[in-house]
Design a protein around this ligand. Structure first.
Ligand code: TA6
Length: 320
């Protein structure tokens, strides 16, 4: 056979380094070949850890957090659905606990996908991993099924890349009745010192101040510094403008939170007295090491018609 015509050997792709996934004690951990990692508890589909390649933790987790499913996890990124805050009276959510049932129900791990299956060809290995989690009405406790009798489905995706963490929630109405819902990603960001950060891109926006009887105000200053208990619901922010947490020392951005479909943002720090008052918040001084920047749709209610679905997401970038 004329060797010049022999087809060249079909190259077998070199085995590019892949993300590693471990699943134990109802916890999923994914690590990229470059070292970044994310940990998600099936309880609440709560992200409890996001580390950069240098091992630096980006999320705050209370040292007294309950990780045994006995109560919502204090820290990381609890998922708030179908109601934010204490449920209103005479409402379909009235019998639910504060922040709804999603953060205190056990989800199922639906699987992972990496760069390749996400359609991203990478020469230096997989630099993205997506973990999917599901929750539906039959999976709820009897108490929650009775309290909110709607045929819903949630798919929560956690996507880790070298410089970001994305969390996305799809809400499906699988029943024959419309239902109203609120949703929020209750993100606890890890910071060195609350007195050395400011929150930017809130100026000229309207907010509800829950420390002043839910009175309505307009953010005058271009940046919000935190020097007391802060609990504000900023409404209808421009989704094209990410919220930025930056250092007051050198004005360097520490985090940015970009949002799709989540046009309200809650900024929360309990400060010392409220921190002391939470049994699962510890140590007491830890309020200095966290700031909650919570992307949500909470200022009003979304109505999901029978058969429809809705999606909202946030992308958090760290140490920009
Ligand atoms: O998102 C801010 C907030 O609504 C605060 O009012 C405070 O209640 C915080 O959530 C924590 O709520 P939790 O039910 O987790 O103690």
């Amino acid at each position: 056979m004329d060797r010049s015509n022999k087809p060249s050997a079909i190259g077998v792709g070199t085995s590019l380094p892949q993300p590693t996934i471990s699943f134990r004690d109802n916890t999923v951990e994914a690590t990229l070949p470059s070292g970044e990692s994310v940990t998600v508890h099936l309880y609440g589909a709560t992200v409890t850890s996001w580390k950069l390649a240098n091992g630096k933790e980006q999320l705050f987790l209370s040292q007294k957090a309950h990780l045994d499913g006995s109560k919502p996890i204090r820290g990381g990124i609890p998922v708030v659905f179908p109601v934010f805050g204490p449920p209103p009276q005479n409402h379909a959510t009235s019998a639910l606990p504060q922040h709804g049932f999603a953060r205190n129900s056990t989800w199922e791990f639906l699987g992972k996908s990496s760069s390749e299956s996400l359609g991203r060809d990478r020469k230096d290995g997989d630099d993205t991993v997506k973990l999917d989690f599901g929750l539906s009405h039959p999976m709820l406790s009897d108490e929650f099924q009775k309290a909110w009798p709607y045929e819903f489905g949630l798919v929560y995706s956690v996507t880790l890349t070298k410089d970001s963490l994305e969390t996305s929630l799809q809400v499906q109405n699988k029943g024959s009745q419309n239902f109203d819902f609120q949703v929020l990603m209750h993100t606890y960001l890890n910071i060195e010192d609350i007195s050395q950060i400011r929150v930017k891109n809130l100026e000229s926006t309207t907010y509800i101040d829950k420390t002043q009887n839910a009175s309505v105000h307009t953010q005058q200053s271009p940046a919000l510094e935190i020097n007391k208990e802060t609990d504000r619901v900023y409404k209808s922010l421009d989704p094209k403008v990410p919220i930025v947490v930056s250092s007051t020392v050198d004005d360097q951005p520490l985090f940015s939170v970009a949002r799709q479909g989540l046009n309200d943002v809650v900024v929360w720090n309990p400060w010392i007295e409220k921190a002391k008052g939470m049994a699962d918040f510890g140590p007491d001084e830890a309020y200095k090491n966290m700031i909650c920047i919570e992307a949500g749709s909470v200022a009003s209610w979304q109505t999901l018609e029978a058969g429809d679905s809705w999606e909202g997401s946030q992308v958090i970038r760290a140490r920009l």
